[in-house]
Write a protein that binds this ligand. Structure first.
Ligand SMILES: Nc1ncnc2c1ncn2[C@@H]1O[C@H](COP(=O)(O)OP(=O)(O)OP(=O)(O)O)[C@@H](O)[C@H]1O
Length: 296
């Protein structure tokens, strides 16, 4: 079994125009992702609440101002190059905008071939081709229709599923999915979420699913952590948190989900600041040397 543990992780950024000159994007955050049993845990919160910053920190793309991120008990920012490569094979990202990942001048096959080469997944060209085909079929893509095409010739949903095919080839223990479905229509969104669920049951992958959208959290199930202003204010099984939310911000978030009922249109204004003001503690001055976000 492997574990990714965040312990008292804090991320501060320089921010001009604020009274203190910095903002705290992530406040003393601790949680653990376990590969056994494999599970899906959603991190839900409004825009700017710190979700992507947490994803970047877990992926080792950003060193936190303070706190620890460990994998198998070891600080991920102290891994050797080879150990970090192994970590990144086991912890795969899926981002919101797959178009940004593709090079528009290369056929989409390249994303898969690069992974095969980098991680030595096949020893012959024939083996590589059958691996690509198997993985594309696993994410409900027809290899004949997508291989050989350029990124702009595919839909957003197809591009996003190519990223899932890449994950399928690598079989990581963990997927860090940052708003992976927010640009997809409802039908493709459901297909994507079903594939993530299949990955958990069939291959034992644990997913951190980052979203601002409660309906997808509800659909995907498992566990949920609710974040506001960089602080996780509630966590638990989705059914418990959705049905009996204990924190005012979670209650507000749930009340903000639009109802598809023309007779029950919103009339109230939503005041996020009011609901979260009580939670926001005073900002603490940063330890100066740890301020800068660094890419290892
Ligand atoms: N490199 C950076 N430098 C300065 N401020 C940053 C940086 N990255 C993020 N922030 C700020 O940190 C806060 C949290 O940002 P983050 O992107 O983690 O939020 P989020 O919940 O993922 O929002 P969204 O859903 O809109 O992406 C925001 O106020 C953002 O402006």
């Amino acid at each position: 079994m492997s574990e990714i543990e965040l312990r008292d992780v804090v991320q501060r950024f320089h921010a001009r125009g604020t009274p203190s000159g910095f903002l705290t994007a992530v406040q003393s955050t601790s949680f653990t992702l376990r590969s056994d049993p494999p599970h899906i845990v959603s991190l839900v919160g409004q825009s700017g609440s710190g979700k992507s910053t947490i994803a970047r920190i877990i992926l080792g793309l950003q060193r936190p101002s303070s706190g620890l991120v460990t994998y198998g008990g070891r600080d991920i920012f102290k891994l050797s190059r080879a150990e970090y490569d192994d970590y990144r094979k086991n912890v795969q990202p899926v981002f919101q905008d797959p178009y940004a990942i593709f090079n528009p001048f290369y056929r989409v096959d390249r994303v898969l071939r690069t992974a095969i080469k980098k991680f030595s997944l096949a020893s012959t060209a024939a083996e590589a081709s059958s691996l690509m085909e198997e993985s594309l079929l696993a994410v409900k893509l027809d290899p004949g229709q997508v291989l050989g095409r350029y990124p702009h010739q595919l839909s957003g949903g197809q591009r996003q599923r190519i990223m899932l095919a890449r994950v399928h080839m690598l079989r990581p223990s963990f997927i860090i999915a940052d708003e992976p479905v927010s640009m997809l229509d409802a039908q493709v969104r459901k297909l994507f979420l079903d594939i993530l669920t299949d990955f958990r049951t069939t291959y034992g992958m644990t997913t951190l699913f980052i979203t601002h959208d409660l309906s997808t959290v509800y659909y995907i199930g498992g566990e949920v952590m609710v974040i506001t202003r960089g602080r996780i204010v509630e966590k638990g099984p989705v059914s418990t948190v959705m049905h009996t939310p204990s924190h005012p911000y979670t209650q507000l978030l749930l009340a903000s989900v639009p109802q598809p009922d023309p007779d029950a249109r919103w009339t109230d204004r939503i005041d996020i600041a009011q609901a979260t003001a009580a939670e926001a503690g005073p900002e603490v001055p940063p330890e100066d040397e740890a301020l800068e976000a660094r890419v290892p």
